[in-house]
Write a protein that binds this ligand. Sequence first.
Ligand SMILES: Cc1cc2nc3c(=O)[nH]c(=O)nc-3n(C[C@H](O)[C@H](O)[C@H](O)COP(=O)(O)OP(=O)(O)OC[C@H]3O[C@@H](n4cnc5c(N)ncnc54)[C@H](O)[C@@H]3O)c2cc1C
Length: 391
Amino acid sequence: MKPDLFQAPDYYNLDELLTDEHKMVRDATREFVKREVSPIIEQAAQDAKFPKQLINGLAEIGAFGPYIPEEYGGAGLDQISYGLIMQEIERGDSGIRSTASVQSSLVMYPIFKYGTEEQKEKFLPKLASGEMIGCFGLTEPDHGSNPGGMTTNFKDKGDHYLLNGAKMWISNSPFADIAIVWAKNEEGRIHGLIVERGMEGFSTPETHNKWSLRASATGELIFDNVKVPKANLMPGKSGLGAPLGCLDSARYGIAWGAIGAAMDCYDTALRYSKEREQFGVPIASKQLQQKKLAEMITEITKAQLMAWRLGTLRNEGKATSAQISMAKRNNVEMAINIAREARQILGGMGITGEYSIMRHMMNLESVITYEGTHDIHLLITGLDITGHAAF
Ligand SMILES: Cc1cc2nc3c(=O)[nH]c(=O)nc-3n(C[C@H](O)[C@H](O)[C@H](O)COP(=O)(O)OP(=O)(O)OC[C@H]3O[C@@H](n4cnc5c(N)ncnc54)[C@H](O)[C@@H]3O)c2cc1C
C-alpha cells in the first residue's frame, strides 16, 4: 500500500468550531491511525483478520468509552470528541471503527446506563483498557430490521436464567469476552443480559467469505440452554427502547465515521488527479474530473456541518433519535457515493489494494446496512415528519 499522505479537508474552517481539547483528541487519533493502522490495514483486510495488535493502542487513545466517566475507566470526553475519534478511526478503516463503536456504544454504554453498580465496576474498567472486548447481540437470522420480533428468550429458573436462541451478524463475536444479549422473558418483555465466554452452551462461530468489513470479525451467538446468573441481567431499562438507546449512540458515531472514510477517498483522488497525466496534462485539469472533486468536497463539508451540529445537540442532551437517523443515513450515503466516484478518478489503479478507496467502498456497503438500513432511516424521518409509521 502507498504511504499515508492524508491531509484532512476543512473547506469551511470547521477547526474554528473545535476546542483545544477536541483538536488534541482528533490529532492524537489521526497520528495513531497513520502510525499503527495505515501500514497494516490493507493486509489485514486481504487476510480477513481483525488486527488484534491495535487493541492496546485504541484503548490508549480513548477509543473505548470516550464519553464514559473516568471513574469507570472511560475518557470522560464530550460528544464532539467522541465523533472526531470515530471519524479518524474510520478514515483508516470502517472495520476498526466498528470494533471501537461496538465496544463504546453497544457494550460500555448499556452497562453504564442500565447496569448495576457491581456490573459497572466489574466490566467497564476492563472494557476501557481493552483487557476485555465485548459484542452486542440484537439481530437474529429471522429478525433484522424488525428486532422487536426476536425469539431469543430466557426463563426464570430460581437461582439463574436459562437462555436459548441465536443472534447473527454480530461484530466482534468470534473473539469477544462478553456479549450484551437482548432477549425476551416469559412475558415477552425485552431485557439485556451480560453473557460471558465460557458459559456452558454459549458458542460464537465466525461468519466467513465477507467482501465487506474484512478487517472486522463478524459471527453468530448461539445459546443452547445457557445458565446466566441473575446478577448478569441489566435492570435499568427494558423493552425495545433499551437496545435502541444504545443504537442512537452508535449511529451518531457512524455519522462522523463515514466522514472519515469520505475524506480519505477525496484526499486520495485529489492527489492522484494532480499527479496522473493523460493527453499531456494532469487529469485534474479536466472539467469532468473537477466536477467529481468539487461535488465531493461540497458533500463532505455539508456532512461535517451536520455532524458538528448534531454533536452540540447531543452535548446539550437535545438530539432526537430521528435527527441521528438523518445524519447516519445522509453521511453514509455521501461517503459511499464519494468512494465510487473517487475509485473512477484512479482508473484501473482504483481497484487495487495500493490505495484505500476500494476497501472503503466495500466497507461502506455494510455501514449503509447495519445499525438500521438506509431504507429504515428514511422511514424514521418519514414517521417523524408525518406522524405515520410506514415500516
Ligand atoms: C458486517 C455487519 C456487522 C453487523 N454487526 C451487528 C452487530 O454487532 N450486532 C447486531 O445486532 N447486528 C449487527 N448487524 C446486523 C445489521 O444491523 C442488520 O443486517 C440490519 O439491521 C438489517 O437486517 P437484515 O440484514 O436482516 O436485513 P432485512 O431486515 O431483512 O432487510 C432487507 C431489506 O429490506 C428492507 N426492509 C426491511 N424492512 C422494511 C420495511 N418495513 N420497509 C421497507 N423496506 C424494508 C431493508 O431496508 C433491506 O434493504 C451487522 C450486519 C453486518 C452486515
